[in-house]
Ligand binder design. Sequence first.
Ligand code: XMP
Length: 508
Amino acid sequence: EILIIDFGSQYTQLIARRIRELNVYSEIIPCNVPFSEIKKRKPSGIVLSGGPSSVYEEGAPSIDKEIFNLGIPILGICYGMQLITHLLGGKVSRAEKREYGKAILKIEDLSDIFNGVSQETVVWMSHADKITEMPQGFVRLAYTENSPYAAMAHKEKKIYALQFHPEVVHTEEGEKILSNFVFKVCKCSPSWNMHSFIEKQIEEIRKKVGSKKVVCAISGGVDSTVTAVLIHKAIGDALTCIFVDNGLLRAGEREKVEQMLRNNFHINLKVVDASERFLRKLRKVRDPEQKRKIIGREFIKIFEEEARKIEGVKFLAQGTLYPDVIESVSFKGPSATIKSHHNVGGLLKRMRLKLIEPLRELFKDEVRQLGRELGIPDEILQRHPFPGPGLAIRCIGEVTRERLEILREADKIVLEEIKKSGWYNKVWQSFAVLLPIKTVGVMGDERTYEHVIAIRVVHSIDGMTADWVRLPYELLERLSNRIINEVKGVNRVVYDITSKPPGTIEWE
Ligand code: XMP
């Protein structure tokens, strides 16, 4: 494996992905992990990532100098390069000009990490500091107009350092450079893939669970489905899945989940119809945060009641992904995540359960790949995210059965049309929102006074920022016509043209 030591760069995750794309396993650890831990893992290679600090700042993140004596190949990228220089006695200074964007790299040594790369190649720079004097024993490999030392190496010690970012796509031959480091310098073999991942996980899950039982909450989304199918493959009926119908689901959702898990995968599935309970608790509640809290609390309560009925249950399975893990171990301290509205901490303690998180090493696209390998249909794997509190936070104002029914019908039409027109797989999310107002209209010769539906369709990479999708007018027209004609109680449809920021994706 290749160990990536994270100094806080926004690109650190990309390094891990690029290396895994080469079928070599790689993992990120924060830079303050004890040095003994790094030694113990005996990685085939170490990458020191970029980061926002300056090496000469007080409190700048650093690493034990002993790392250079382990005999393990090292690749320093950007801040990683500056740190190598600083620790081994070279000189780093602040550049007159920040170098940001594309630059032409002129390579002087086309062997090992630059093997097969063009002599002049486009690379991506993003730094303020630069190397002005290399440490002893290093030779220059390449330069750019602004960086006299854009790449250097200590060949006997197998320490390589790059000022630019090979992991971003703008570095045109970045993949080649990383692949040279991984295969030629570290001598890794390309043996990591989804198939071997599944085998390894199945073995580990069996070993961990033994003859105990596992319980898993199913939401119908990609992560919980893949988690359940994988664990089921390992331990069969020792897994029980629980699906709570909170009455806030999309049209046909419950049936879809039942069909797939029970009929396709023969998984032990318990469906709890709790819509009555949720709706009662939500009565007269209008505040969005209040809604979230009530739903989260009620979910945990119901889940716990059901889980207690399973004899010998000792594990709770969760579809935690790698970005959530990294976020919570980052050396900058755990940052708040929006996602974890199901706070399972208390549940684990009360029921003395241990967590199983078989996806915690994977990125989202790798989870999809895994799901495909496990035979889960694409229709499930390509689903848009759907919030835990469900339609409650899209039903602005009070959540009643009648209002939910209107919203559900409108939402169904939005999804149908977005799918039919081929937009579904091109956008991040698409849904309907029911507004807490009525407006006047005219239908036939009669005056109407009815509900308003807003349509929200956005592009996004990770949900953190988003832009509204410029849907064709014809599609908007169809959506509007169908909703007004088919959903009783709606006489107006509007399209949301707000990006995030300043808006959020959901309305509540
Ligand atoms: P916002 O509205 O914050 O949404 O721009 C960002 C992403 O998070 C989803 N979201 C939630 N997911 N529980 C969830 O599980 C929530 O309370 C929640 N609120 C927002 C939203 O659908 C979008 O993908």
